[in-house]
Design a protein around this ligand. Structure first.
Ligand code: SF4
Length: 315
């Protein structure tokens, strides 16, 4: 796999201003933020003379090896802003689209083929799932049911608001993605997500199969990187080609529908339905809508079930 070179540019004044805002934001949230592979431990800018006797602004940072180093502000800004243009087109989204997913809980029997498909699509190990299937039961006297839970690609995503380096973002087509070239692993987004949709990559990813250079982009979530946050990406690279996400095609029971809110249609491999009518007729809802996150994933309640509930102890 051919590796791209980091583009570290000398920042101009506007970038310095942006850098200042980023540092200020991270201090407000957690008191420190990482730049590239180093963690800032002192956001206070110190003015020092460098070897050419110029006054330069210095930032103290902690390296992964535990050493305290000093970076001048230009270096720090370059590291942080070096990928400012990487994946720029991926950040725009598909023009005119507003992607939406519908999950029909009445058809889910916990086969977890969606999870298997997702893991194989994204080269995930067996113990990491971007799509979780929860057993839900509101109370002892109520009926349990299975609930597949991907990232909800919220229109008002708290994860995006707390990211100090703009690594996670929402596109015009409603998809929330992560640029892991920019992700510094601070995990504020994991704390910000009320749905526990995000996972942290603790170890060096094992990539099954070949990843082509053309696929190295955040809309395909490749390559995965240790020390960064990951999550369901709605298989954006598939959507951009007009194909279904892998969970939709992997489910043998037609639980998942994917579609476009602007066209008011959703489809699974066997049917296409008007989105608004489906939600209206089957009392579709958004999970924890009261939080104000405005998910792009809707659920149909587990009424008139296709299968009786079975509590499979294997999972
Ligand atoms: Fe962000 Fe969580 Fe919403 Fe996904 S489900 S967009 S990770 S807040």
């Amino acid at each position: 796999m051919k590796k791209k070179e980091n583009m570290v540019e000398k920042p101009d004044r506007r970038r310095f201003l942006k850098q200042g805002l980023l540092l200020g934001g991270s201090a407000a949230i957690g008191g420190g933020a990482a730049i590239g592979s180093a963690m800032i431990i002192n956001n206070g800018v110190q003015k020092k003379r460098d070897h050419d006797d110029e006054i330069v602004n210095k930032i103290r940072a902690l390296t992964p090896g535990g050493d305290v180093i000093e970076l001048d502000e230009v270096q720090a800004a370059g590291l942080k802003m070096g990928h400012a243009h990487t994946n720029r087109s991926m950040r725009k989204g598909v023009p005119g689209r507003k992607f939406v997913m519908v999950i029909d809980l009445s058809k889910c029997k916990n086969e977890r083929k969606c999870q298997e498909g997702c893991r194989s699509m994204h080269f995930l190990p067996d113990d990491v799932n971007w799509l979780k299937v929860f057993k839900m039961q509101e109370g002892e006297s109520t009926a349990p049911y299975w609930m597949p839970s991907p990232c909800y690609h919220c229109d008002n995503p708290p994860c995006v608001k707390v990211c100090p380096v703009d690594a996670t973002f929402i596109r015009e087509d409603g998809i929330v993605l992560i640029d892991n070239e920019r992700c510094i692993g601070c995990r504020f987004c994991m704390a910000g997500c009320p749905y526990s949709a995000r996972t942290f990559n603790w170890s060096e990813p094992v990539t099954k199969g070949e990843i082509h250079e053309s696929e190295e982009n955040c809309s395909a979530s490749v390559p995965r990187k240790m020390g960064t946050v990951e999550k369901c990406d709605f298989c954006t690279s598939h959507l951009e080609r007009g194909e279904f996400p892998k969970c939709v095609t992997s489910c043998p029971n037609g639980v998942f529908y994917m579609g476009d809110m602007n066209e008011d249609t959703v489809s699974n491999p066997s049917e296409t339905i008007r989105f608004s009518e489906l939600i209206e007729s089957k009392a579709g809802y958004q999970f924890l809508a009261g939080l104000g996150t405005e998910p792009s994933v809707y659920y149909l309640p587990p009424a008139n079930r296709l299968f009786p509930f079975e509590d499979d102890k294997k999972h």
